[in-house]
Design a protein around this ligand. Structure first.
Ligand code: 5GP
Ligand code: ZN
Length: 112
């Protein structure tokens, strides 16, 4: 499968990884939208949040454990934002589920 995030997960494409275990990898976004902008992905290919099911949701729960851990390790004590874009109208450009973990500035709400 020609998926850029599968290739980052298996090391075919380089990325600055900030966390990795058996099922999850986190790496710096190529075009950061905040001083800290990390993408957290499952190593297994899940296309989008609309494809989460009872069979694959354990890794999604684990991703949120990793996010909490990273928020402490990277000292995001002032807060952080987690974003998932699902589908074209939400702006999902890479069709491998990923969670944006952003910190280091104030964020407005509602998101545009
Ligand atoms: P989306 O728009 O799908 O929610 O987010 C995709 C994100 O992936 C964007 O923030 C974009 O900058 C990032 N991205 C796209 N290609 C690459 C890449 O090859 N390496 C890294 N590190 N980030 C990428
Ligand atoms: Zn993939």
């Amino acid at each position: 499968m020609d998926c850029i995030f599968c290739k980052i997960a298996n090391g075919e494409i380089p990325a600055t990884k900030v966390y990795e275990d058996e099922t999850v990898v986190a790496f710096n976004d190529l075009e950061p939208q905040a001083p800290t902008h990390i993408l957290v992905i499952p190593k297994q290919h899940i296309t989008s949040a609309a494809d989460i099911s009872a069979e694959n949701s354990a890794v999604i729960a684990h991703i949120f454990e990793v996010i909490a851990q990273l928020s402490k390790e990277l000292d995001m004590k002032d807060g952080f934002r987690v974003v998932n874009n699902c589908g074209d109208s939400a702006g999902q450009t890479v069709k491998h589920i990923h969670f944006h973990l952003m910190s280091g500035r104030a964020f407005t709400w509602p998101a545009g």
